[in-house]
Design a protein around this ligand. Structure first.
Ligand code: UD1
Ligand code: UDP
Length: 381
């Protein structure tokens, strides 16, 4: 019988980053895989599984309106407890820093099941920002058997914390695998407004926001900054695919009403979002995944955060941390729109986060962990 590997995930970004791993496990004849989703996100998770044609084997369906972190944690651990007793996986794989991810790691650890952590070693060095992700990923690292670090920077963070170097593999981030297999398809937009925009050649500012620490006053300021940009720059179109979280919508959307050059959409299917990224001129975001994808497409990224656990693209000059101050957001966008030299300096395609082979390296590293294969060459940016 082949060992069973159990990918566990629950939110949109985990689903996107886990999809290449699920596919690579399916293609491997060394393992069987059983996919468990927690459903921490419902619509946004299902949207990703659909586009990658993944049908989860088990679904804990835990999402609640206005859910609490403790609710997500306890419902996940409780649901996985029963699954592990039944399925007895040889290893689980969790991704990143969500509460699903840490709950999955804890539940497996308590069953004596080895934890494989994809996207290991990212650190902002501020336990309260991003909240609760910095704490989540540090907790997961403590109980992980195999750390899949996306870059040498994240490997070094783990070594600094005295993680055994033999347990770390630099794989690159699977988000680049997902991006590269999707963006070239240039899938049609289901919203005709976006298809018209693509055909118009107008300049596009693509915006996403959802971070917990930005919710409330800071996000209201983001809304006001976008309204100011829209009024001052009539030849630019702002596209905002709104996160499903009602708290986010209530803070950002009121300021945008009635402005013709702002298009607010539902979350875009991954293929549509990557196409929108590819036709955008500037990206304004507080997302982790978007910070990794946009540099690969040569798009300048303004990050609405005070710090980042993803310093590689900042060093490469394509990402700038600008915080959430309304005036600063307005000025930074205006500078990119009007200063060609400044724009050109930031619009370099760089690939510090991966080369599209992270899932392949992940499967090889799991094979080595379980004694049925060898690791392959690491990602070297
Ligand atoms: C979660 C992760 C965050 C990640 C983000 C990606 C934690 C603590 N946070 O934050 O790390 O960056 O996902 O987007 O794990 N909702 C829906 N439908 C959906 C998704 C969300 O209705 O498809 C609503 C629900 O009311 C839910 C709320 O959004 O209660 C918040 O969702 P939650 O997963 O708790 O937090 P996020 O801010 O999405
Ligand atoms: N994304 C998407 N549709 C959208 C907005 C984002 O598919 O409308 C993708 C994006 O390409 C990236 C991921 O969602 O891969 C990022 O998710 P999110 O910003 O919700 O979470 P984070 O990365 O901050 O944890």
């Amino acid at each position: 019988m082949r060992p069973v590997i159990m990918p566990i995930y629950g939110t949109r970004p985990e689903a996107i980053k886990m999809a290449p791993i699920v596919k690579a496990l399916e293609a491997s004849d060394l393992f069987d895989s059983k996919v468990v989703v927690t459903g921490q996100h419902r619509e946004m998770l299902d949207q990703v599984n659909e586009i990658f044609e993944i049908e989860p084997d088990m679904d804990l369906n835990i999402m609640r309106p206005n859910q609490s972190l403790n609710g997500v944690m306890t419902r996940t651990i409780d649901g996985l407890d029963a699954i592990f007793r039944e399925e007895k996986p040889a290893a689980v794989i969790v991704q990143g820093d969500t509460t699903t991810s840490t709950a999955g790691a804890i539940a497996a650890f308590y069953h004596g099941i080895p934890v494989v952590h994809a996207e290991a070693g990212l650190r902002s060095f501020n336990i309260l920002s991003p909240f609760p992700e910095e704490a989540n990923r540090k907790m997961t690292s403590q109980i992980t058997s195999l750390h899949l670090a996306p870059t040498s920077v994240s490997k070094q963070n783990l070594l600094t914390e005295n993680t055994n170097g033999d347990d770390i593999v630099v794989t690159g981030n699977t988000v680049i695998d997902a991006l590269l297999t999707t963006v070239d398809k240039q899938l049609p937009f289901s919203d005709p407004q976006l298809e018209e925009l693509a055909a118009s050649g107008r300049r596009v500012l693509l915006v996403t926001t959802h971070r917990r620490e930005n919710q409330g006053g800071a996000m209201e300021g983001v809304g006001r900054a976008l309204a100011r940009i829209a009024k001052a720059e009539p030849d630019v179109t702002i596209v905002l695919p709104a996160h499903k979280n009602p708290v986010v919508r209530e803070a950002v959307l009121p300021a945008l009403e009635g402005l013709e050059n702002i298009i607010v959409t539902e979350p875009l299917a991954y293929g549509e979002f990557t196409r929108m990224l590819s036709i955008s001129n500037i990206v304004l975001t507080d997302s982790g995944g978007v910070q990794e994808e946009a540099p690969s497409l040569g798009k300048p990224v303004l990050v609405m955060r005070e710090n980042t656990e993803r310093p590689e693209a900042v060093s490469a000059g394509t990402v700038v941390l600008i915080g959430t101050d309304e005036e600063r957001i307005y000025n930074e966008v205006a500078a990119l729109l009007h200063d060609e030299e400044h724009y050109a300096a930031m619009a370099n395609a760089v690939n510090p986060y991966g080369d599209g082979r992270a899932a392949e390296r992940t499967v090889a590293a799991i094979a080595q962990l379980l004694g049925v294969g060898e690791r392959i060459d690491e990602f070297d940016q």
